[in-house]
Design a protein around this ligand. Structure first.
Ligand SMILES: *[C@@H]1O[C@H](CO)[C@@H](O)[C@H](O)[C@H]1NC(C)=O
Ligand SMILES: *[C@@H]1O[C@H](CO)[C@@H](O)[C@H](O)[C@H]1NC(C)=O
Length: 229
């Protein structure tokens, strides 16, 4: 009887405590919710306008959970444990180099690159990574390894350190997320064939465009708020 009871309670714990995969790196979270930033190089006035435009849009869409504050003295900025440096893209539609100590870099691009791609770079510096890195991704997409050149293989592998959570917002694996990579890429062996396909093929329309077609989704907003509220 006692044995049965122990067995039953372990079973209960395992099933009641539902965990979801995330695309969030726990130790990349800004616990202070306060981000000091600076502008690195180039045409500072143009860059400042682009940063302001992108941050304003981010606050409109994701809310004001994070406080952003520019420090125009880069030497002073470098004394913070953690800060963000923005710069202007010379080519491409922007990228991010997140770090949990010292500078995190965000490269923003002018139009025709979309402000959504700029917001995706901000999400990356705040601890999110691309959705296809989630532990549960094989239930949602099938990677077509034969179309992926060896140098790109690491990018399409899962990332074990990603957090697991009981937060219900992460139940959805969102193919329409601004952080989900497109199914077609210029770097594929055969550019006319995808490098992955959704298991539910009706979701293909979320990922069949270019990176610049991607839009912030309602799940992106809900998942951001779940991490930062
Ligand atoms: C989350 O769960 C997955 C799958 O069970 C595992 O591979 C991963 O290491 C876990 N992440 C952490 C941070 O423990
Ligand atoms: C993506 O899919 C949608 C819906 O199926 C379709 O209308 C659109 O033309 C497709 N775009 C590309 C670039 O294939």
């Amino acid at each position: 009887m006692k044995k049965f009871f122990i067995f039953a309670s372990i079973f209960f714990l395992a099933s009641a405590d539902d965990e979801y995969a995330t695309n969030f790196i726990a130790d990349m979270k800004w616990n202070s919710k306060f981000v000091k930033y600076g502008l690195a190089g180039g045409n500072v006035d143009e860059l400042r306008a682009l940063v302001q435009f992108t941050l304003d849009k981010f606050k409109n869409v994701f809310g004001t959970l994070i406080t952003w504050e520019e420090d125009t003295d880069l030497n002073h900025l470098a004394k913070y444990d953690r800060y963000v440096l923005f710069s202007l893209a010379k080519h491409g539609c922007g990228t991010a180099f997140p770090g949990n100590y010292g500078p995190s870099m965000i490269v923003l691009a002018r139009q025709p690159c979309s402000v959504d791609i700029g917001m995706a770079q901000i999400l990356k510096v705040l601890g999110f990574t691309t959705v296809h890195k989630r532990a549960d991704r094989d239930h949602h997409i099938r990677i077509l390894w034969d179309n992926i050149p060896p140098t790109l293989v690491p990018y399409y592998e899962k990332f074990a350190p990603l957090m697991n959570t009981t937060k219900i917002e992460f139940k959805t694996y969102d193919l329409c997320s601004v952080l989900h990579p497109p199914a077609y890429t210029y770097y594929a062996y055969d550019v006319n064939k995808p490098i992955f396909e959704p298991i539910d093929i009706s979701k293909m329309e979320c990922v069949n465009g270019t990176k610049n077609d991607r839009k912030v989704s309602n799940n992106d907003i809900a998942q951001f708020k779940a991490m930062y509220s």
